[in-house]
Write a protein that binds this ligand. Structure first.
Ligand SMILES: *[C@@H]1O[C@H](CO)[C@@H](O)[C@H](O)[C@H]1NC(C)=O
Ligand SMILES: *[C@@H]1O[C@H](CO)[C@@H](O)[C@H](O)[C@H]1NC(C)=O
Length: 337
């Protein structure tokens, strides 16, 4: 009986060892044309993010020209909660650029093992003078039992304006750069790249909706297609279009958390409007945050999905019979007490 109970509780612990991870994509609007200077809004962002609501922050428009001021301030203000970060180096004012980097920054509560940045070759208009791209990080999420879960997060900001084809080409570049990153992890660390959960977040500048918010745009469907056959718009997987439009700007839905591939379970998703309420005097951004929480299970054993299942179900049977016995035993005691 005792050993059965022990087995049973061991089994229950291993079931309970899935970890939940929350991610948010937020365009922070640190752009010179914003109505309130970035320096006046950074303290509000720090105060807000210090609450640690999300485990991983994917930020866009942390533009800092030829200096690292904005990423440095964010990192300094948040390092107790988010000790790990990646941002791109500022670009020198040489050649035909505005000294603008990618504007991308990832802040994480959990260790960032490695990362890669790919600058897009496709771009148009004023964006061609910046260094937009896709920033992909390999993050190790710790579990209660001392083990870790691998997680891949890619943060991006696609071309603003111009033809859709530019953004679709950038999304293809993003997909390719993630595949290269994964391939490398497979070769160097033996990572199971078919099962590791991969997420793509950011400001995709591709509206899900037409102007009347009545029809889903073909460009949005194409974006999903280009990002790969297993791509899932996590918010949309929970809220059908007729239930929640899910706008992330005043008139469009362009910020997304996409599940690209791998094993994970969706827990929740939503649009976070803290930028509208954090400071009553002004808005922190012209974009709202798109967030999602997912559950990461230990990756299933290679080629052993069915055998894992059968041993799990026999364990379930054992636990169930043990619990029924316990129940009988205690109700027996109660009857005679
Ligand atoms: C985080 O950012 C700071 C400031 O930009 C930098 O000095 C530090 O090396 C970064 N840390 C990591 C782990 O990327
Ligand atoms: C533009 O994107 C396509 C598709 O991703 C890619 O094949 C091509 O190399 C890119 N162009 C440049 C200049 O990088």
């Amino acid at each position: 009986m005792i050993s059965r109970l022990l087995l049973c509780s061991l089994f229950l612990t291993s079931v309970a060892s899935a970890v939940e991870v929350s991610l948010i994509s937020q365009n922070v609007w640190f752009i010179l044309t914003a109505s309130v200077p970035a320096m006046d809004r950074i303290p509000d962002y720090i105060a807000e993010f210090r609450s640690g609501t999300y485990d991983i922050l994917c930020l866009q428009e942390v533009w800092s020209g030829t200096q690292t001021t904005y990423p440095d301030l964010l990192f300094e203000g948040l390092k107790e909660v988010y000790p790990y970060n990646v941002s791109t180096e500022p670009r020198p004012l040489t050649g035909l650029n505005l000294g603008l980097d990618s504007g991308l920054m990832i802040l994480s509560k959990y260790p960032i093992e490695s990362f890669a940045f790919h600058q897009y070759g496709n771009s148009s208009g004023i964006d061609a003078f910046s260094g937009k791209g896709a920033m992909t990080a390999h993050i190790k999420v710790p579990d209660d039992d001392g083990s870790t879960r691998d997680l891949i997060v890619s943060n991006t900001h696609l071309n603003a304006g111009g033809p859709l084809e530019i953004r679709l080409n950038q999304a293809r570049e993003m997909r390719n750069s993630i595949d290269r990153f994964l391939k490398n992890l497979e070769e160097t660390e033996g990572l199971d790249i078919d099962k590791v959960p991969v997420f793509g977040l950011g400001d995709f500048n591709t509206d899900e909706w037409n102007d009347e918010l009545t029809e889903v745009q073909e460009g949005y469907q194409q974006l999903l297609g280009v990002l790969g056959p297993t791509t899932k718009d996590i918010f949309r997987s929970l809220y059908p279009p007729d239930v929640e439009v899910g706008l992330t700007t005043s008139s469009s839905r362009i910020d997304f958390v996409f599940g690209l591939s791998g094993e994970y379970t969706v827990v929740s998703a939503g649009v976070d409007g803290f930028v509208q309420t954090a400071n009553p005097a002004f808005r922190l951004s012209d974009h709202l945050g798109a967030h999602a929480t997912v559950k990461l299970e230990p990756l299933s054993a290679n080629g052993g999905a069915s055998s894992t299942e059968s041993s799990d179900s026999s364990m379930f049977g054992l636990c169930w019979s043990t619990m029924s016995l316990l129940f009988l035993f205690s109700s027996h005691l109660m009857t005679y007490a």
